[in-house]
Design a protein around this ligand. Structure first.
Ligand SMILES: [Zn+2]
Length: 121
């Protein structure tokens, strides 16, 4: 996958992450690190542990947040893969995941064929 495409998917992933954090009641602006890091980087640097802490701090009831947290984890894994140059490859069969599919679900881990098999199981 070329650099431009990776950038595009990274943006999609970060957008998705922002949306989910917002829906969990976490304000990204307040997380902005004081070291002058840019917003995108601080967004990338928010990890599951921070989110759990923040949710506790805000005494957020984790009603229905399970799905969101699961997606956040997938997003973090996908971002990790972008950085490791392993993004867009099916975890099951090792084939490339269709780009249209990634555009729709940027954090998906399986190609459409494997996903269908999983869904049948
Ligand atoms: Zn596959």
């Amino acid at each position: 996958m070329n650099k431009n495409k990776k950038e595009k998917f990274k943006k999609l992933l970060l957008e998705e992450k922002k949306k989910i954090l917002k829906s969990l009641g976490i304000n990204i602006e307040s997380l902005k690190k004081e070291d002058g890091g840019n917003k995108e980087e601080s967004l990338y640097n928010i990890h599951m542990a921070d989110i759990a802490t923040l949710m506790r701090e805000q005494e957020k009831k984790a009603i229905n947040a399970t799905k969101e947290l699961k997606i956040l984890k997938l997003i973090d894994e996908a971002l990790e893969k972008i950085y490791n140059d392993a993004y867009g490859v099916c975890e099951k069969c090792g084939e490339k995941i269709e780009e249209e599919r990634l555009a729709f679900i940027p954090y998906c881990k399986l190609c459409i064929v494997c996903q269908r098999e999983e869904d049948l199981e």
